[in-house]
Design a binder for this molecule. Sequence first.
Ligand SMILES: Cc1ncc(COP(=O)(O)O)c(C=O)c1O
Length: 367
Amino acid sequence: MSKFGPEYVRAIAPYQAGKPIAEVAREFGLDEASIVKLASNENPFGVPASSQAAMTKAAADLGRYPDANGFELKAALSTRYDVPADWITLGNGSNDILEIAAHAFVQKGESVVFSQYSFAVYALATQGVGARAIVVPAVEYGHDLDAMAAAIEADTRLLYVANPNNPTGTFIGAAQVEAFLRQVPSNVIVVLDEAYNEYLAPEHQFESASWVRNYPNLVVSRTFSKAYGLAGLRVGFAIAQPPVTDLMNRIRQPFNVNSLAQAAAIAALDDKQFLEKGARNNAEGYRQMTAAFEELGLDYVPSFGNFVLVRVGDDDGAGARVNLALLRQGVIVRPVGSYGLPQWLRISIGLPHENAAFIAALKKALA
Ligand SMILES: Cc1ncc(COP(=O)(O)O)c(C=O)c1O
């Protein structure tokens, strides 16, 4: 154990990312090209061609620093979400937004509320500022918003709500989220993390960005990592009223979103066809996956994201065991034991042949 740094930093368990393809190839003696990775909720179509072209153009200017204010990207987001540009904070991925919020609004010793089984970074961001986590038990693997509102204490400064949630894929409808926002005291910041928003079917879509006008304590967080296919570039953003945005921008590193990422995001934002293709593939892939789970008699949590959580056994070794059997066959998924879900695996929805490869490997692993 290190003798350096504060106790609350030493207590942090590092984030466990999905295993890279090259690492699995090395460890299991497999050909990289044969490996299927469905572990990090990435877009199986990769980078949109529109973003590729924009990056090629932007690459000529890489000798210069990026635009620290992200003028063009904010202008594009401002038009898309109908909010002024000074309501937007850019992030190095939306992960950066989640951390900026903790640094901007929470002091050591104060508390942060989030749900059991919600995105791991909420706990990390909370610990990173020496704050106290109030973890509210989930209901059917999703957020219990009434219990979260009731859990707010005098020293609570921030709540994180993931909608849809990762790793469980659960979703809360507009009316319930807004009823919750009305219950939260106006001095407590709510970060509404909508990393998977673009995967929602039209009947579930609602424009949470417009709520920001009515709730001065609301921060809506979005990302280009999932539906827009730009995970490797690291670009996300937050929408909030100016007094909140102003503080977040003071904490933000000046050049946190690089030039290629800014150019690629602007192009992707307008690429409706790419989004539609992704959403279609996701809906079909979800049906392919869940049909297989039903055939195998496996429980799964109905998902609104680009991934699905499936229970692969009844004992607490099941997730790790089946994960290893999948890795040996060159299929990388995400074990979720660190979330307190040791019987489950989280599978990202891939292309049809990737989903089929996973299903075949799963059948062998369970046999
Ligand atoms: C719920 C949720 N929020 C935020 C993120 C962060 O993504 P990024 O930093 O790539 O925007 C993720 C990534 O998996 C996520 O699942």
